[in-house]
Design a protein around this ligand. Structure first.
Ligand SMILES: [Zn+2]
Ligand SMILES: [Zn+2]
Length: 264
């Protein structure tokens, strides 16, 4: 008899409010139940209160209430069968971070995960972090900005920490990403193996990054980054992701996160 690989918890689940995910919240939850998850955390792309820039890949600030209320209702409905958590995947944009914290404070979310898709503040026209670059200064800025984010105390986990697509010298890759891993470890913030990136063979997860994380001794957790209900805790994807980590020397993954939110 073969044993199907399961996860206990997934904290990285989207909803269509971000404009690039499909399926209702209920469909994600039903899939989680089918795949025997005990905890399903929603972390859709957070709204940002920009000045006059509109971001295309996140919910708008006025959608946050519906997001939270919908999930609270489902949390009640499914209580005792699966634990629903309400979080957000947020960037750390220094200029707008205080506004983000002000916006979310009244909703008493369960957690935030850091997903840094842009350097600076997103609205300045810079290319996304996923654009390949040999420019050390972009990697340096990414590492410094995300370390500042982790130091804010607002984040429970770091999603696709290796998203800055540095294609230059290995020595430079290691120099900066090692600093990031060391600081994440000091702050006790787990790094996510992003299963979406793994399945779609994106530039992340990068074995070079996870070999560094193994040497540093970081905690690592799997995150589905589900943008469709069918991508919640797929056994073959779990198996492949664990094999990937094992090849990097990482035998142990966290099953659950310690959740924290910034002080009110
Ligand atoms: Zn997304
Ligand atoms: Zn995501």
């Amino acid at each position: 008899m073969s044993v199907e690989l399961t996860m206990k918890a997934n904290y990285h689940t989207h909803t269509p409010r971000c404009n690039h995910a499909t399926g209702s919240e209920r469909e994600y939850i039903e899939q989680g139940l089918k795949r025997k998850l005990e905890i399903l955390g929603f972390a859709d792309h957070s709204p940002q209160v920009f000045d006059d820039y509109v971001s295309g890949f996140r919910m708008r600030p006025e959608q946050l209430e519906d997001y939270v209320m919908t999930l609270r209702q489902l949390r009640e409905e499914y209580a005792g069968r699966i634990q629903i958590l309400i979080g957000l995947e947020a960037e750390y944009y220094p200029k707008y971070f205080p506004r983000l914290l002000d916006l979310i404070r009244p909703f008493q979310l369960d957690y935030l995960i850091l997903g840094q898709h842009f350097l600076g503040n997103e609205c300045e026209g810079e290319p996304p972090c996923s654009k390949a670059t040999e420019d050390e200064s972009r990697l340096e800025r990414y590492v410094k900005q995300t370390i500042e984010a982790l130091e804010s105390g607002a984040f429970s986990c770091f999603a696709h920490p290796d998203v800055l697509n540095f294609t230059g010298e290995n020595r430079i890759y290691r120099k900066w990403y090692e600093k990031l891993c060391v600081r994440a470890k000091e702050l006790d913030i787990p790094l996510e193996l992003n299963m979406l990136g793994y399945v779609e063979t994106r530039h992340y997860p990068n074995p070079a990054f996870f070999r560094i994380a193994n040497e540093v001794g970081n905690d690592v957790i799997l995150g589905c980054d589900a943008h469709a209900p069918g991508r919640v805790a797929v056994p073959s994807e779990i198996e492949g992701s664990l094999r990937f980590l094992k090849d990097c020397g990482i035998e142990h993954v966290l099953e659950t996160l310690k959740l924290k939110m910034p002080a009110p």
